[in-house]
Design a protein. Sequence first.
Length: 764
Amino acid sequence: MSELSKERYTEEQRIKGVIKEIKLKENELFAKSSGLKESVIDLRKGFWEDVTVNIEDPDDAIETEASIKQQAELLIERERTHGHISEELKTLDRLKESPYFARIDFKEDTGSLNEKIYIGMASFMDQDEENFLIYDWRAPISSLYYDHSPGKAAYQTTEDTITGDMTLKRQFIIKQGELKGMFDTGVTIGDSLLQQALGNNASTTMKSIVATIQKEQNKIIRNEQSRQLIVQGVAGSGKTSAVMQRIAYLMYRYRGELESSQMMMFSPNPLFSSYISNVLPELGEANIEQSTFADFLQERLGEELQIESPFKQTEYVLSEKEDKEYSARRENIQYKSSLEFKTLIDTFVKSLTKEGIQFRNITLRKRVLISKEDIAQYFYSMDDIVSLPNRMENTLKWLLKQIEKHQEIEKNKDWVMRQVELMDREDYLDAYYKSQEGEEVDSSIEEEVLREKAVNRIFSSIKTRISDYAFVNVLATYRKLFKDLKLEKEPAYWKSICQLTEENLARKKLLWEDATPFSYFKDRLIGATEDRSLRYLFIDESQDYTLFQFAYINFLFPYTRMTLLGDINQAIYSYASKENPLLSSNLENAERITLNKSYRSTKQIVEFTRYFAPGKEKIIPFNRKGSKPQLITRAEENLLGAIQHQIDTLTKNGHESIAIICKTMEETNKLYNGLKGNKPIHLIHEETYMFQKGVVILPVYLAKGIEFDAVIIPDASNDMYGEDTDQTLFYTACTRAMHELVIVIDGEKSRFIEMVPHEKYIEV
């Protein structure tokens, strides 16, 4: 037997031994879990039987409370333990399939042992709980695998730096408990392992990459110092995957200190949120809150105002160039995305300390209880030194006191008895019993109780609205910015901007470019509670955020550590901002990490797309070979037939996910209606929440962050992709393809294709 065969046999035997240990642990936990489950059921059934209930005597009442508390705590503890065991069983089930993916042999400078360290998805110890059979990939010692080649190496613990020699780095492919491949390597990830991982078909959900994390990705994952970490990563560089592993690492590193509820991610759309939703559970961690920034703003502003989605804004910019208000709208978008407009709002808010805030009457049954004039008078009677939010809070407290006085007055009026007549039988019984409690029966008490109940219910809604600051007419006050504010120097198109804004605000509609400024204005006026509970915020596709949006996020989360990831080459909302936020000087103190290597697409696709990548970074393809992109010239009348033929060909080639990526939703709908009768095609729109395999059709701005086995661009003519702002859209569409890219052209080809040497593609 050769030395290599002996090594492989030894490793196979170890895998069998570890799986045997896992099964023993599994059986042990199953037995414990079953006993706990029965215990929980028995506790629930006999809960009240084990509690002595006596509330008549004060001492007995205290004893009863203590008894209930004791039983409840016992039940909670058993349920918690059962939950922990269930999670541990899930982890063991995953480890049975593939216990680990790597081994490193490491000899510390201060020690004599050459320790064999096996690295997997989770830690696992032997039966005696003395030795690690598997180390969690997030453990400090595991960083040796990601950061070093054999030779001198070091890793950082919470207290010290451990140095030594790495004498072996080995990678495994283990499936269903069997060793399928084994590679000794001098680099972090051997080509064989990575080639196999990248050569598979695209999945409907993002998968964990812990076995194939690269050194530069590991810097993102294990970064603990930076308050703001900016990751500029080219298409397919694994930035989103790395940030998901970063979340898992932080939850492991700060176990017991950091909860999933203290972390949040802004993702580009609901489809993308669904796409990445499986990564953390796969790693044995709870999912964190995910939201789009649009949904986040809508939740802050409530349902009173309708917010245009960013996709509707994009669709307008791309499709409505003949609209008479188009130029004004473009200027509106540019200006309201800028820090210049934020400064104007700050100036306007400062002017409101003297006068100008619009208030609402507080009414009851169409009668004014407290007039807006009285509210304004009280508000502006306070000293100018007091901030607007503090004055708002003082006014709120004053209003609640005034309402209490009105409630006492209203309680004895005739209208209250008409409300009493509408009350439930339970209310009448309650009032009756209270009237019987004294030594003498008093029917007037019954009426008093009923009046109190009726008026409380009416006034509780008024108090709730006051507590929600509904007495402030934020919208009317914001409108004054565009009607009454006199500017020494007006921005370009200011009159058109004011008119466009006024027309939409009058319909209680916020254009997307107004959503952030209005939310910021409201918080400056009424006060925004700084969210100290949120410790980590992750923003994906951050190149599509404006400078104003970033400033607002920092305003809301001043103490939160942020990870911003994006790609300036894919800035599909570039029309909104002249300066890309990822490169903004406002973030100059942040730590920046650049990922230049693209792993998603084949070398041939990367070498085609990098010629028209808008940014200046050098894009390095991973050496995974495939076919060159195809350019197919067809007359318009043959377009549907040409696309259907390509779908058939790509399906025969074994591709399970094929995307037809259009420029706009208008183009998407038109093409979908022409194709849908032939074969099943899934239409993806902005409210699509699940990604399906098969053939999908969608606009490019909904394809952000997702990958497909094959991509068809149905119209890459210069008429479709010819303007400067189209470059990022075309690049984004092409870089969604993992294995094959097909581009259909009717007429003159896009000028971006003309940037590519002819030998980089096949023209049919």
